[in-house]
Design a protein around this ligand. Structure first.
Ligand code: MN3
Length: 221
């Protein structure tokens, strides 16, 4: 997935440095499932810190000026500081888009068909996704990703994501405590259930599944 910048942002200063995208909805648009306060802290403080630190760590490296996905994959295992911040920048850019006001609900037909074929049923997918998020000890993410042409449920620690494990993420949920502690305190399972039932933008997930299908030939081992 390419991060497309408007022309005026890709000219002038430093073309490919990280920049903080605006949320695609108002800060209070996801309430009561994700509050204004959570989004203000999570987007304005946490995501911004990944962008600012990432830019400092990116400067002068071999990945300076490369597309974000290449920075994430290239820095993995080679430059931990840069990887952590670039990985989290990538994860959060998508996290905001994987949610929408009045999300959840019915899945687009083509996506539902693929989930039933690869994971058994939509209910089983949700159960496994929640289990992955609950089972991630400490900070990290749980995911739906496409690997070898199949949708899988997986989890990663800290800033890692399926990209560095040969898979294409199509849905991710942030299970760092900063993502849910204001609204849910320690109730991570309740947060994950609310995410799936009331926040997920399934149309965007379907779009990323589509994109992953087009990119698949490059991912053959
Ligand atoms: Mn986060």
């Amino acid at each position: 997935m390419n991060i497309r910048l408007p022309n005026n942002l890709s000219q002038g200063t430093k073309p490919m440095s990280f920049s903080l995208p605006d949320l695609p909805y108002a800060y209070d648009a996801l309430a009561p499932y994700m509050s204004r306060e959570t989004l203000e802290f999570h987007h304005d403080k946490h995501h911004k810190a990944y962008v600012d630190n990432g830019n400092k760590l990116l400067a002068g490296t071999e990945w300076d000026g490369k597309p974000l996905e290449e920075v994430v994959k290239g820095a993995f295992g080679k430059n931990a500081g840069l990887f952590n911040n670039a990985g989290q920048h990538y994860n959060h850019i998508h996290f905001w888009k994987w949610m929408k006001p009045s999300g959840g609900g019915k899945l687009p037909g083509a996506l539902e068909k693929r989930i039933v074929a690869d994971l058994g049923s939509v209910d089983k997918m949700k159960e496994d996704f929640i289990q992955a998020g609950v089972g991630q000890f400490g900070s990290g993410w749980c995911w739906l990703a496409v690997k070898d042409g199949k949708i899988i449920v997986t989890k990663t620690a800290n800033g890692e994501n399926p990209l560095v494990h040969g898979a294409a993420p199509i849905l991710g949920c942030d299970v760092w405590e900063h993502s849910y502690y204001i609204d849910y305190r320690n109730r991570r399972p309740d947060y994950l259930k609310a995410f799936l039932d009331h926040l997920v933008n399934w149309e965007h997930v379907a779009q990323m599944l589509d994109d992953a299908g087009k990119a698949k030939p490059h991912m053959a081992a």
